[in-house]
Write a protein that binds this ligand. Structure first.
Ligand code: BYC
Ligand code: FE
Ligand code: FE
Length: 483
């Protein structure tokens, strides 16, 4: 790989390592799209903080050993760039019917529509999350957290750029139209909602934000890994670089939840409360009780499972067969990478029961990716539960059963408990508020969401992080609130 593809050209209005200077047509198209993007960012991006100086990282290279530079920036002046991971020489398609053939540098005509759909869906989620999180700056529990929120937001903005670049460069006129549509749809809108369910839900408070970055950004990780295997090489390279940024988003979620759990446990210990279900007493300490954290987890995990689509999907089979979307860590899997004769066990709802049945592996690819996701999710729970057990409290956070609270796939028409027991409508109605956050839970959490904007200080419901961003000291001013 050559140095010039590692380093980013900042001489154009759009920083890039894809040679936009020599690609006048695409540069012009992107420059044409840019003002609409800025309008969208100003209208729908972080509310109330657009003029503030924020200590942000910006990508200046795609070299994994050192790609980001930290400095104070006003968010609308953030350099959103088009950055692709370096091209791998002689890369071949790692799966499907084109297995072993050279990866495509242009789109094969017959796969154009399917690829466009994948790129548009991926692109749609990025601005959606910014929209969902736009009010959170005003209730940030610290400047550290506020900065992390804005970092995630600008990078989701860049992920939108990444997909829009592909649309503008490879999909001609309909690509340009889709790029405009990505700025038109709005999270939660009645007439033009975002495309996937979870991206039309509210992110009303910071516990939801941490759950979202832990569970929903992790769907992003799994999907990006699958798309990074794509036979369409520019998509693969784009997704590979997005994954380097994505790691921080999930770090924000994982450590955020750890810190909430830590603070709750510390407060309980100080007050001599060891019953986690003494909810009123725990809440009186100004911290979030563990059962409410569990309910939020139920909600965000189940919404995120829906993002994997149906367990049995011909879309997924076609995408794999045609070399467009692979499996998680495809190149490390030891099999034929074609899956024409293999099966995969799928959870289905048959005769009123939840059963594991073998399905053709090709149509079960969504289920497989979702299983990989569930395994990946479990790591955080180990960490959170360690905090709880170390505090001597008897309580364990758990992932709910797959059938719980689903809106997509096999279980969308039934109600199940978090343990996976099918229940009737009446039981569901009675138990709903024990399993999912109630209005009262939301009101309680909202009552804690008082902003703390003094450097080094944290709201009472969350503990301080162990280390600063970019090794900064504890009282570092991550956002210059008074500028
Ligand atoms: N909501 O065959 P099916 C991220 C639709 S997150 C609404 O079951 P398929 C991020 C589906 O579109 C990662 N509709 O599913 C995270 C289809 O409709 P059409 C985003 C849904 O196609 C945090 C129909 O149901 N990237 O990056 O196999 C912050 C039947 O579909 C939903 C991707 O998702 C839903 N949940 O799989 C920021 C990767 N699920 O076409 C960013 C690209 C399904 O019949 N997308 N439907 O009208 C894909 O790979 C696939 O489209 C999906 C669905 C995995 C989403
Ligand atoms: Fe993203
Ligand atoms: Fe993300």
């Amino acid at each position: 790989m050559s140095m010039d593809s590692l380093n980013v050209d900042y001489s154009t209005t759009i920083p890039n390592n894809v040679g936009l200077m020599e690609d006048r047509r695409v540069l012009k198209a992107l420059e044409g799209w840019h003002p609409g993007y800025l309008n969208w960012w100003n209208d729908m991006g972080p509310d109330g903080f657009q003029e503030k100086l924020v200590y942000l990282r910006t990508a200046y290279s795609v070299d994994p050993r050192g790609w980001a530079k930290f400095d104070y920036v006003r968010m609308p002046e953030y350099r959103w760039g088009v950055l692709l991971a370096p091209q791998e020489e002689n890369r071949t398609i790692p799966f499907g019917q084109h297995y072993g053939e050279p990866a495509w540098q242009e789109i094969p005509g017959e796969h154009r529509a399917a690829l466009r759909r994948l790129v548009v869906i991926q692109g749609d989620t990025e601005p959606a999350s910014v929209e969902q999180q736009r009010h959170l700056g005003k209730t940030a529990p610290s400047l550290y957290d506020m900065r992390n929120l804005f970092q995630v937001n600008v990078e989701e903005g860049r992920h939108l750029w990444a997909m829009v670049y592909l649309l503008q460069k490879y999909f001609g006129r309909d690509g340009r139209e889709e790029a405009d549509e990505l700025l038109r749809r709005r999270s939660g809108s009645e007439d033009s909602p975002r495309m996937l369910g979870a991206f039309n839900e509210a992110t009303p408070d910071w516990l939801s934000f941490f759950m979202f970055t832990y569970f929903t950004d992790r769907d992003g990780k799994m999907q990006l890994h699958s798309l990074a295997q794509s036979g369409f090489d520019p998509l693969s390279r784009t997704c590979r670089f997005m994954l380097t940024e994505e790691a921080h988003h999930m770090f924000v979620g994982e450590t955020g939840i750890t810190r909430v759990v830590q603070r709750t446990c510390d407060a309980m210990k100080e007050a001599g409360i060891d019953d986690p279900y003494a909810i009123d007493k725990v809440r009186a300490l100004g911290v979030i009780d563990l059962p409410t954290i569990q309910k939020k987890l139920h909600l965000h995990y189940s919404l995120s499972l829906d993002l994997f689509g149906s367990e049995v999907s011909t879309n997924a089979a076609n995408a794999f067969n045609n070399g467009l979307k692979g499996r998680y860590q495809e190149t490390k899997i030891d099999d034929d990478h074609r899956l024409e004769n293999s099966t995969y066990p799928v959870l289905k709802f048959i005769d009123g029961q939840i059963k594991l049945v073998d399905e053709p592996a090709l149509t079960a690819l969504n289920m497989r990716l979702r299983d990989d996701y569930t395994q990946d999710c479990a790591k955080g729970l180990l960490r959170w539960n360690k905090v709880i057990s170390t505090a001597g409290i008897t309580f364990e956070l758990k992932l709910p059963h797959t059938a719980f609270h689903r809106q997509i796939g096999e279980f969308k028409d039934v109600h199940a408990s978090p343990e996976g027991v099918i229940v009737d409508d009446a039981t569901w109605a009675k138990k709903r508020n024990e399993w999912l956050p109630s209005k009262a839970d939301g009101d309680f959490i909202a009552s804690l969401m008082k902003p703390v904007a003094e450097p080094g200080k944290y709201a009472g419901w969350i503990s301080a992080p162990k280390v600063g961003i970019d090794n900064k000291p504890g009282d570092f001013e991550y956002v210059k609130i008074d500028t």
